[in-house]
Structures are given as structure tokens and as C-alpha cells.
Ligand binder design. Structure first.
Ligand SMILES: [Zn+2]
Length: 243
């Protein structure tokens, strides 16, 4: 009983991994052999935005890509390396070592390859270099174990290229939050002065310049870049198979 949790955005079905029954996962995997692991963090994002912004953002972008190319989207993993707590001392952040995150990333990659997925994407909404390096390390361990599987690490700011700059709790991230879950954004809570990294934990443009509409434009650009790369990988696989 109940509505199907397999969404048929033809020709590529997709669903949220944690909500699917076994035969639904198998059916999606047969038609759209790709798994997305959104990677987030629990991290101070100034007074106006929630601690889980990076997770919400990564999951929202993964779901939008899956609607286009199919596949399964796992729950967001809230494990950030080098959060703003060790960097600038802001509270409420939960910080993880690079070694631990690399190990967890390798486990997700290896397990999803073992489950028969051909493309595994780790898409991170938290992107200090040390954090991205930890995910890359995990993916490269998996490449050694499963050389025929495509393991991809993306940060959302990379997918947007030059169009919108990645930031921290600034206009770009806040626009994504306003797009995916505006209920917990409170711009009124901000002090009536320019925001700074040391005082407020904000990097980039002022979050008061954020909007849902801008979030939608950012998403369109990120999804287009991701879809193009996934289609190129799939074309390549088809060519290899037909040879
Ligand atoms: Zn963030």
C-alpha cells in the first residue's frame, strides 16, 4: 500500500535509497546504474542559517541531478573536515578528522560498487581543501579495489564554475538554503552592519543578497554541468561495451 517511492522521470527512474524496498532498488539500478552520496557537515553558518546547511544543499543538488539521470540518492552524511570550529572557533560545529572521513568515504564507495552500481558520486556541500582531499582519498582507495567503476567527487561550487562563487553562509549558500528549505532561514537575526569572517563566520557576498530565485539559477548551472559529465561517462561506457 501507499504511493510508490520510485519516481519515474522517464526514462530514468530514481529514488531515495533509505526509503526504497529491495526490489525497488534493484529495478532502479537496472535502468539507471548510478548512486549519489550527498556529503554535508554540521557547522556554524552564521546566525541566520541552520547548522545542517551543507547537508541540505548537497542532498537538494543530488536529488535534482537524479531527476535528470536517474539513480539512487543516499541520506546526506554530516561529516565535515576542517569546519569553522577549528578554523575560527564558532560553536555548534561537529568536526571530523580527514583520516576518518576518507575511511567512511571509501566504505560508501566500496559498498555501493559491491551493490552493483557502476557510477558512484560523492557530492559535497562542504568544500575546504582538506575535506575534498579526504573524499578524494576515499574514492581513490575504492578505484584500486574496483577499477571498472566510476567514482566521482564533486563540490557544488566546482559544478557552478565561474557563474557563482562558493562561499560560507554567504549569498550563494543562503540562496541554496532558501531554495531547498527556507523555513529555517532568519535574515532578520543578522546585525545591522557588514558581516565578517572573524565576527560572524561569513565568507563571500552578504547573505542578505540571497534569494530563492538565485538559488534556482545556481541549481540549474550545477545540474547542467553534472548531467553533461554523467552523460559523457555513460556514452563512453556504451562505446566500450559495443567494442
Ligand atoms: Zn556551508
Amino acid at each position: 500500500m501507499g504511493a510508490s517511492r520510485v519516481e519515474n522521470s522517464k526514462p530514468h527512474p530514481w529514488g531515495r535509497y533509505a526509503e526504497l524496498r529491495p526490489e525497488q532498488i534493484s529495478s532502479i539500478r537496472e535502468q539507471s546504474n548510478i548512486a549519489f552520496v550527498p556529503w554535508g557537515a554540521l557547522e556554524w553558518h552564521c546566525q541566520h542559517a541552520p547548522i545542517g546547511l551543507d547537508s541540505t544543499k548537497a542532498e537538494g543538488i543530488c536529488l535534482a541531478i537524479a531527476r535528470r539521470v536517474g539513480g539512487v540518492v543516499l541520506p546526506a552524511i554530516p561529516m565535515g573536515v576542517n569546519t569553522i570550529k577549528p578554523f575560527k572557533g564558532f560553536p555548534h560545529s561537529i568536526d571530523f578528522s580527514g583520516d576518518l572521513v576518507a575511511e567512511v568515504a571509501a566504505a560508501f564507495c566500496n559498498q555501493l560498487a559491491d551493490e552493483g552500481f557502476q557510477i558512484v558520486v560523492l557530492l559535497t556541500g562542504h568544500y575546504p581543501p582538506e575535506h575534498v582531499a579526504a573524499l578524494e582519498e576515499g574514492a581513490s582507495k575504492a578505484r584500486e579495489a574496483y577499477p571498472d567503476i566510476d567514482f566521482i567527487v564533486w563540490a557544488d561550487n566546482e559544478l557552478m564554475g565561474e557563474a557563482y562563487k562558493g562561499d560560507h553562509a554567504g549569498a550563494t549558500e543562503t540562496s541554496f538554503q532558501l531554495l531547498f528549505d527556507p523555513s529555517n532561514v532568519d535574515l532578520e537575526s543578522l546585525p545591522d552592519r557588514p558581516l565578517t569572517l572573524d565576527g560572524d563566520g561569513v565568507m563571500g557576498e552578504d547573505p542578505r543578497d540571497a534569494s530563492e530565485e538565485r538559488g534556482r539559477r545556481q541549481l540549474t548551472i550545477a545540474v547542467a554541468a553534472a548531467v553533461a559529465q554523467i552523460e559523457a561517462i555513460r556514452d563512453n561506457e556504451d562505446t566500450n561495451k559495443s567494442q
